[in-house]
Ligand binder design. Sequence first.
Ligand code: NAD
Length: 519
Amino acid sequence: MGQLQSEAPRREKSGQGATITSYAPATGEALGDVPVMGATEVATAFRRARDAQKNWALLPLEERVEHVRTLRDAIVDEADAIVDLIVAECGKPRAEALTHEVMASVDLATYYANHASRILAPREIKLHLLKHRRSYVHYAPRGVVGIISPWNFPMAIPFGDVVASLVAGNAVVLKPSEITPLIALKLKEVYEAAGLPEDLFQVVTGDGGTGAALIDAGPDAVVFTGSVAAGRKVAAACGQRLIPCVIEAGGKAAAIICEDADIERASRGIVFGAFANSGQVCISVERVYAHDAIYEALVARVRELTHEIRQGDPTRYDVDMGAVTFARQIEVAEGLIADALEKGARLEAGGKRREGAGQFFEPTVLSDCTQDMAVMRDETFGPVVPIMKVADIEEAIELTNDTNLGLMNYVFTTDRGEGRRIAERLRSGTVMVNDVLSAYAAAETPFGGVKDSGFGRVHGEEGLLSKCEVRHVNYDRVAIGSREPLWYPYGEKSYKAALKGMRLLFRRGNPIRKVLDLF
Ligand code: NAD
């Protein structure tokens, strides 16, 4: 049996010349070694990226967009080879590697290619007071964007930000996870083969130390995706240097199942939402609050559907669930399951590692869960779904919000209006009604968290604008004289005129105010 990812990343040496070996979680086979890059290599990558960015930023937007279309097409052409590598390095099924990673990425690239000229167009701002002047904002590239990414979606997560950064006129330095570094290197290979400008897209491999070196190298913006703990460190390091950053951290998505929900759809949604990518999705269904009236029926159907999942060799087309990418998540799942069972939960399905080679953990369903169980509160990031009975939806809303995390939540109800009303009361970056996971792939919508799940948004207009400096130009719209009433010299007369003007303009009920409020 080969190496498990719990022992990886295995540094072959420390210091200069150290390497990390990437292992296939489904077989334990070694897939390749990458260097652990230190401050010097990272600085070199930044220097190259910075030089390349100067010419890139001078290109008209349409030309940058054409390059991105070329990259997109090259990825489509190479899709099968990319899928093979994702399946090998992550252990996820082929279907997921294709649709959740490659297809989601090329769709995002297409969205930015098609909409960048509208989103990045200069925007006039109407001035309500200084009518003799005009204002507009325009969007300039920030420079070099540093992207630090996790192992669960090694393509889809960084690629959206790579494309948004390039379209906006930036260069990119990507630091992939030490658990799945080969996919980022494959993307770089496809980028180079497609003939895009040299050096504009850099990949630096290594662990957390390399990520820290990336921030030390002085990027003009950082997009971090990963754990809350590392997110805090990255935000602190960026804060120290006043580097704008987006922090995409963990989640604890709840699914609220209302009394009137379509039980079949809700059950299928829970099973897919909890076990896709072996539960290693930041927006996985990590807990379920089911109304008393439908609780038993829901648990029974979720149990049945879970037993139907075909788990095994992810290279096969007819496998629904593959391996756990990072074996640490198996240990986390085992700890949470043990705690829940000790506190009175019932094991409906799964609950243990699969015998034999590879890092496989059975899809696990727990019922009769209570909020004091760690599995209802801590991020699992593995194939475990705990279900809890609630007396009413008010209780479900309260318990859903009773967490430090706020990335995603779900509501299942046949009353769509009620679904939206519940959604608006849930504190998370996104809420989906009667569906799971797919909002991440809706390219035009903003994605990100509140509370400890982080701040800032990727995807959509926000994901493109955050890669830009917002620059405001204010200019005179009519010929003006050499004086301004509020400039020097000050005096009693000008003070009294300003006071009178303020009273006319800013007091409620004043006729001038009433007219101005119309605009
Ligand atoms: P992680 O925090 O261990 O690592 C993420 C990345 O940060 C890696 O590339 C790592 O090398 C780097 N890193 C670690 N310490 C660093 C430091 N001090 N400075 C700079 N870089 C550092 O997370 P992970 O285990 O790779 O990913 C799992 C976590 O990611 C889960 O909590 C999951 O919820 C979260 N996640 C969030 C989203 C989202 O969009 N919000 C998406 C996917 C995953």
